[in-house]
Design a protein around this ligand. Structure first.
Ligand code: ATP
Length: 248
């Protein structure tokens, strides 16, 4: 992690359907080369924050009505999700966002659609993804819909990697997965961060695992950041222990 901010969210407000105020002034920053965790319970506004950054709100009748979002110092609020992918910002949505009727390999290849550097580079990146996710290599000819939840989550992250991202917005990677698989996936995220230099902003309800792998964390409650700091400090904070780690 470096001190330099890659992404800065300044005091954003988000309204759905013109009336429902969901984010009430959220500010956060993601360090270049870091893993930043966005924590909080159901409905706290984690997904809304990620979708504000990747500009996927509009399709859900949501709108950023205040504040600014800067990537490398430039406003990105008016860029389409596809423009953002070209600039290196890719979101992995919550749930299983693979194409069920395509094979794992075909799914991975769809992640390279915005790239213009040719078939050889795409093939090299496919091998790179397989080196991080050997399970995907084993399953590459399987139809994604018939693979396990963990393999589909890996496929979604692998597909994001095929766009050569600088930053991945990862929504609830642990959802519905057995603890051992959650560890495996977070371990791979950590290697992608350390070895490929990809920065992550990840939304998680699983505070325990997220704070073990992240460098920094923000805790959201009802659309506001109520606490933030280095992951190590949050892990040791008595309120976090009591309310989010169940260790009172
Ligand atoms: P979860 O883990 O359940 O996804 P979250 O912290 O990611 O929780 P959000 O999905 O961002 O929370 O939702 C925050 C609030 O916004 C919730 O109260 C939710 O009901 C509301 N909300 C989300 N999407 C919409 C929408 N399209 N229209 C209206 N309200 C919405």
């Amino acid at each position: 992690e470096t001190g330099e901010a890659l992404l800065e969210v300044n005091n954003i407000e988000v309204i759905y359907n013109h009336v429902i105020l969901v984010l009430k002034g959220v500010s956060l920053s993601v360090a270049k080369g870091g893993i930043t965790a966005l924590l909080g319970g159901n409905g706290a506004g984690k997904s809304t924050t990620l979708k504000s950054i990747s500009n996927l709100l509009r399709s859900e009748r949501g709108e950023v009505t205040k504040g600014s979002i800067l990537y490398k110092g430039e406003r990105i609020q008016d860029l389409s999700p596809a423009d953002l992918v070209e600039r290196g910002v890719v979101q992995v949505m919550e749930g299983r966002h693979c194409f069920e009727h395509l094979t794992i390999e075909e799914n991975l290849l769809t992640g390279a659609y915005t790239r213009k550097d040719g078939a050889k580079a795409t093939q090299d990146d496919l091998e790179l993804v397989y080196s991080y996710f050997p399970r995907l290599k084993e399953r590459r000819r399987s139809q994604a819909g018939y693979t396990s939840g963990g393999e589909q989550q890996m496929c979604a992250i692998g597909r994001a990697m095929m766009a050569r991202p600088e930053m991945i917005l990862l929504d609830e990677p642990s959802m519905g997965l057995a603890p051992q698989l959650v560890e495996e996936i977070f371990g791979i995220v950590k290697s992608l961060n350390e070895d490929e230099g990809v920065s992550f902003l990840l939304a998680e309800q699983n505070t325990n695992v997220a704070l073990r792998f992240a460098h920094r964390g923000y805790i959201l409650e009802s659309g506001r950041v109520v606490m933030d700091g280095p992951a190590k400090e949050l892990r040791e904070n008595p309120d976090v222990k009591e309310f989010y780690l169940g260790m009172s």
